[in-house]
Every structure is written in C-alpha cells, then in structure tokens.
Design a binder for this molecule. Structure first.
Ligand SMILES: [Ca+2]
Length: 191
C-alpha cells in the first residue's frame, strides 16, 4: 500500500467512526429515562425540657403580710419538646433568703389545665409533694428511675400547680428566692 492510499484509508476510517458515534448519540435521545431518590436523614435523639415553653422563667408571688392568711398559686406547664422520652425530678438547690419562709407551706400538684390551678385543686388529691417554700423536692435527679420521677413522652406536657400558703404566718420576714430546678434525663437504655 502506498503512503497516499494508507492516509486516505485512515481518513475514511475516522469519518466512519464519527458517523457511527453520531448515530449512537441520535439513538440514545430516543430512550426513556427516569430517576427516583431516597433521602436519608440521620440525627441524634433529643430531650428538651421546657417550663411554659421556655428554658427558665421567673414568677413574683403575691406579697405576704405577717399574721394574715397567705395563699397564692402558679401554674407551670412542663413539656418535652425533644424527640425522646424523658423522666424528670425537682429540687430547690441554690435557693436563697430569709429562713423564716420555711414556715410557709409549699405544695406541688397536677391539674388538667393552667386555669385549674389553685389550692383546692392541689389539696383535692392531686398533690405530688408537700413541703415548705424552703424545703421541697420530688423524684431523684440521680441517673436512672427512682420513686417520684415523672415521665414525659416526646411532644407531651403536664401542668404542675404550685401552691404557697399559711394560715397565720407570724414571724415571716424579708424575702426568699426559691430556685425550683427541674432535671431531666433520657429513659431509653437508662437503665
Ligand atoms: Ca432519676
């Protein structure tokens, strides 16, 4: 084969390949195609304890007049805004003030709605715990389930009704700041 003939043959081969490739491309445009997608989202579980929808709140109770009957109440909706079940306990560590407030009774009960919160409702069999303004707790924040721990499924809530009262609080003076600490933990695999 001469050199010219060889070159011509190579050119013909390249053109043939180009035509073949173009043809294949034309054929693929006629095929039906489709896709489907599975999006997999992963995340860690959460527990999220709220009081009246917040992480903390402050309530100024009615002022007390020494020697006059005292009673006031406050409803706190405790909720679990997380994705996993929790259990919680309560203590008043960190409270400060005049020790005379220890003679004022303090009760925690449960009621159906915040509007149901008053001393009569709590004393009517819905009491969770009875103590005083300066000494009250329920459950145990120690890891694991203990008597008095309260369980909240994810997305649920309950209304705690706090009641302070005294029939004749002679000798109660000054101020007292009670720090009611609600402490939650996951229940899953615990233990
Ligand atoms: Ca516990």
């Amino acid at each position: 084969m001469t050199k010219l003939t060889s070159t011509r043959a190579r050119i013909v081969a390249v053109i043939a390949l180009a035509i073949a490739t173009f043809g294949a491309g034309q054929a693929s445009l006629a095929l039906l195609t489709d896709t489907a997608t599975v999006t997999n989202n992963f995340s860690a579980a959460s527990i999220d304890l709220k009081v009246n929808g917040q992480n903390s709140l402050t309530r100024s109770w009615a002022p007390l007049f020494p020697g006059s009957p005292y009673a006031d109440s406050f409803a706190v909706t405790v909720s679990n805004a997380g994705s996993a079940e929790l259990r919680y306990a309560a203590d008043i560590a960190g409270s400060t003030g005049d020790a005379s407030w220890g003679m004022v009774a303090f009760k925690i009960g449960t009621v159906a709605t915040p509007g149901d919160c008053n001393a009569t409702a709590v004393n009517g069999g819905n009491t969770v715990v009875s103590g005083t303004v300066s000494s009250i707790s329920f459950g145990d924040p120690t890891q694991g389930p203990q008597a008095g721990d309260r369980v909240l499924a994810p997305g649920t809530s309950e209304v705690l009704c706090l009641v302070a009262s005294h029939g004749n609080p002679v000798g109660v003076t000054g101020a007292y700041t009670q720090q009611l600490n609600l402490k939650a933990e996951q229940t899953y695999s615990n233990p």
